[in-house]
Design a protein around this ligand. Structure first.
Ligand code: DX5
Ligand code: ZN
Length: 226
């Protein structure tokens, strides 16, 4: 049966990790049951911040067996599909608000063997993906305005997560519903109950003294969804 709800996946976002010891940080969450590593790519144009590029993804791909969930917050995603594929990205998500032909970009991402996702900013209507939904492997609802880690979850997004879950249910799509931004130990279960399959968690995990313990705690809490 389609869309049977299972325990949501947890993808720690390395945006808040200590980059001086990134390998150790990734291993900590991997050994503690993380399901994917979320990699936030920012170009200083699409969002007011600059982070990392394919080189870091390439290094990460050599030290983890987890899928690399690469979130492109960049103005020209089309130019970077192949470089991130070659670097070892497994899942590649582009923003619906970025310029370009999204249907073609999604097709290209899938042809290269990656899971293809579309992210929507908090103020963007779900109708923007109405004609794309059946092509998607991931629908990513942003619950903060992208650009920085450590922001507060925007409350109205809870309803949007539920609407997105409904949209997927009533489509031919089996897309994973990812939610990204402001998710903490305190609200992760509510986000999951609203319909999330994939919980991105950055500052809550990597600002903690023990990122591994936070990862285990999130996984444990999310088990109660069943
Ligand atoms: C925001 C990023 C998020 C962010 C999540 O631009 O896309 O992935 O790092 O971090 P927290 O959990 O701190 O909001
Ligand atoms: Zn992200």
């Amino acid at each position: 049966m389609k869309n049977v709800k299972s325990v949501p996946l947890v993808a720690p976002s390395i945006l808040s990790a200590n980059f001086a010891c990134l390998e150790r940080q990734v291993r900590l969450v991997e050994d503690s049951g993380a399901d994917a590593i979320h990699v936030d790519v920012m170009d200083g144009y699409f969002v007011p911040n600059i982070t990392i590029g394919p080189l870091v993804v390439q290094s990460l791909s050599k030290i983890t067996r987890l899928p690399l969930d690469v979130h492109l917050m960049i103005q020209q995603p089309e130019r970077f599909i192949v470089p991130f594929h070659q670097a070892g990205a497994n899942w590649l998500t582009i923003h619906i608000e970025s310029p370009g032909h999204h249907q073609m970009m999604i097709k290209r991402i899938k042809e290269l063997g990656m899971k293809a996702g579309i992210a929507l900013n908090p103020a963007t209507s779900l109708t923007m993906i109405e004609w794309l939904i059946n092509d998607l492997d991931i629908v990513m609802i942003m619950s903060v305005n992208p650009g920085f880690g450590g922001q507060t979850f925007i409350p109205v997004c809870m309803k949007k997560i539920a609407d997105a879950r409904n949209m997927i249910l009533h489509s031919d799509s089996d897309a994973l519903l990812a939610v990204d931004g402001g998710i903490k130990i305190d609200n992760c279960l509510e986000v999951a109950k609203a319909g999330a399959d994939l919980i991105v968690m950055g500052s809550e995990i990597f600002n903690a003294d023990d990122p591994g313990q936070k990862t285990r705690q999130a996984k444990e809490i999310l088990k109660s969804i069943k």
